[in-house]
Ligand binder design. Structure first.
Ligand SMILES: [Zn+2]
Length: 55
């Protein structure tokens, strides 16, 4: 199973959310908990879900 490191809490997860949280065009991967946190931000944009596990 593959994992990615969350850009804001630095822990590894196998399901990540591609989001923008700052002004500009920089996409980062964050975990579900951080995704919810960032949803309140002014620049939040959702760009898809990444899954490290294959079925
Ligand atoms: Zn996180």
């Amino acid at each position: 199973m593959k994992t990615k490191t969350c850009a804001t809490c630095k822990t590894d997860h196998d399901v990540m959310y591609r989001v923008q949280i700052r002004k500009g065009k920089i996409w980062i991967f964050v975990c579900e908990a951080c995704c919810r946190k960032h949803q309140r931000g002014d620049y939040y944009r959702y760009g898809g879900t990444w899954k490290g596990s294959r079925h």
